[in-house]
Design a binder for this molecule. Structure first.
Ligand SMILES: C[S@@+](CC[C@H](N)C(=O)[O-])C[C@H]1O[C@@H](n2cnc3c(N)ncnc32)[C@H](O)[C@@H]1O
Length: 276
């Protein structure tokens, strides 16, 4: 099968993607996926070679729509409810009660899910918060979910999920907060709309700044797609976005100590949390 994208041009496009999104692609793993995307877009835009596509992407994409198409095609959005469940338990049993005690009573406690993919992670936070019950009754809590991929953000807003996505939710909790559909489940009206979802590129400083400050940031299973320099940049962005005393939680295969040394690492049972 021959594609418009040559292996040599894969390197050029890969560098462009890396610079804009931090995602580093390898020819051995990602060539075919990227080449198929270039062929698809070139055909839709009636462009007959890679050079024209790449020119459009770099110089004629003022609204960022072509870049958005590219991001939507290359991101890996794997996620499910209650993934790495112990972290949600640490959030409700340890972090939120501690922050609730230290923050002024009228202050909203803000949590960021970055990246949130199709919404399972921030909704898992909400489910744990409402099930646990105590802090949420006394304090305003806001959950924001961001992702670079606009298709996953649209899905998160719809809050319709497959059986697989909800498989780890205990049956009683599923029955309480979800509606059974002919195919899968839909989050009930009480919790739909409880997360503020936004399409945001973590490397876009202006977009990130506009989100404001947070008390807790979950950033799970994204840094694995970045190289060391990008991981460092993201970790420092989180540091700047956190209120003093706030926490970052990473995925189980990600360690802040290997990235930056500005956070104070604490172990709660088996879960590592990083405090500013
Ligand atoms: C594997 S999912 C992780 C979802 C969730 N945090 C979890 O652990 O289940 C990784 C997500 O990172 C997003 N992503 C990758 N690069 C990004 C960037 N530069 N800015 C924002 N999101 C990004 C992808 O679109 C994808 O949805």
């Amino acid at each position: 099968m021959s594609y418009l994208l040559s292996k040599e041009n894969f390197t050029k496009l890969g560098e462009f993607i890396y610079r804009k999104s931090g995602i580093s692609l390898e020819v051995s793993k990602h060539y075919e996926k990227l080449a198929k995307h270039v062929d698809k877009r070139a055909s839709e835009l009636s462009l007959d070679n890679f050079r024209k596509y790449f020119f459009k992407l770099r110089f004629e994409d003022k609204e960022g729509l072509e870049f958005q198409e590219l991001m939507n095609a290359i991101t890996v959005n794997e996620t499910y409810f209650f993934r790495e469940k112990d972290q949600f338990e640490v959030l409700v049993n340890r972090i939120l009660p501690e922050l609730h005690k230290t923050l002024p009573p009228s202050k909203t406690l803000r949590i960021l899910s970055s990246p949130c993919s199709t919404g399972e992670e921030p909704y898992s936070m909400i489910l744990h918060i409402v099930e646990e019950g105590t802090v949420v009754e006394q304090r305003d809590i806001e959950v924001v979910g961001i992702d670079i991929d606009s298709t996953v953000i649209k899905k998160a807003e719809l809050a319709r999920y497959s059986d697989r996505a909800v498989h780890a939710i205990p049956k009683d909790i599923l029955a309480r907060w979800f509606k059974k559909k002919s195919l899968g489940y839909e989050l009930g009206d009480e919790l739909k709309g409880s997360v503020d979802f936004q399409v945001v590129n973590i490397f876009d400083k202006a977009q990130m700044r506009s989100l404001g400050k947070f008390d807790v940031i979950f950033s799970r299973n994204m840094l694995i797609y970045f190289d060391d320099a990008s991981r460092k940049e993201v970790a420092m962005t989180f540091y700047d976005m956190l209120n003093p005393g706030g926490y970052v939680l990473l995925g189980h295969a990600e360690y802040m100590s290997r990235i930056v040394s500005v956070f104070n690492a604490k172990k709660v049972d088996t879960t590592l949390i990083y405090q500013k």
